[in-house]
Design a protein around this ligand. Structure first.
Ligand code: HEM
Length: 134
C-alpha cells in the first residue's frame, strides 16, 4: 500500500485497518459475532419447531411421542439451547435496532450495552436450566 508522507494527520503513526494484528477482541465484536451465530441457530431451531408442529397435528399419537421427546435429555437440551439463543438474539437484535435509530452510539454506551446483552447468556442459561431440569 502506498504511503502518503505529506498527510501526517491521517496516516503515518495511526493503525491502518489492513493490519489485522492490531485488532483486539472486544465485547462489541463478540456481541456482533454471536448475533450471527445465534441468527443461524434460530433458523435451525425454527425449522425443527415447524417440523414438530406439523408432526404433532397429524395425530394424537404423535403428540405423545413429541411430549416424550421434549422430556428426554435431547428434547430438554433443544429447548434450553433454543431459549438461550432466542434470548440473546432478540436482546442484541433490539440493541442493533436501537443503534440504527442512533440510540447508544457512543463508544462507551456501545460497550455497556454489549456487556448487558452478553450477560443474558449466563442468566438465561441458569434461569431456563433451573426451570427445565429442577
Ligand atoms: C426466530 C426468529 C429469528 C431468526 C430466525 C433470526 C435470524 C437472523 C439471522 C440469520 C440474521 C443474520 C445474521 C448475520 O448474518 O449476521 C439476523 C439478523 C438480525 N436480527 Fe434476527 N432473527 C430472528 C429474530 C429476531 C428478532 C426478534 C429481532 C429483534 C428483536 C432480530 C433482530 C435482528 C437484527 C437487527 C439483525 C441484523 C443485524 C445486523 O445489523 O447485522 N431478529 N437474524
Amino acid at each position: 500500500m502506498p504511503t502518503h508522507p505529506h498527510h501526517h494527520a491521517s496516516s503515518s503513526s495511526r493503525p491502518q485497518s489492513p493490519r489485522l494484528s492490531i485488532y483486539r477482541w472486544q465485547t462489541t465484536m463478540i456481541a456482533s459475532i454471536l448475533h450471527r451465530i445465534s441468527g443461524g441457530m434460530l433458523i435451525i431451531s425454527m425449522l425443527v419447531s415447524i417440523y414438530l408442529f406439523s408432526y404433532i397435528i397429524s395425530n394424537t399419537e404423535n403428540l405423545f411421542i413429541t411430549i416424550d421427546w421434549m422430556r428426554s435429555w435431547q428434547g430438554t437440551l433443544f429447548l434450553w439451547l433454543f431459549g438461550i439463543t432466542a434470548t440473546y438474539h432478540w436482546s442484541n437484535g433490539l440493541r442493533f435496532l436501537l443503534l440504527d435509530y442512533g440510540i447508544g452510539e457512543s463508544r462507551e454506551r456501545m460497550k455497556q450495552s454489549a456487556n448487558l446483552v452478553l450477560w443474558t447468556i449466563p442468566l438465561s442459561a441458569i434461569t431456563l436450566g433451573t426451570w427445565l431440569w429442577l
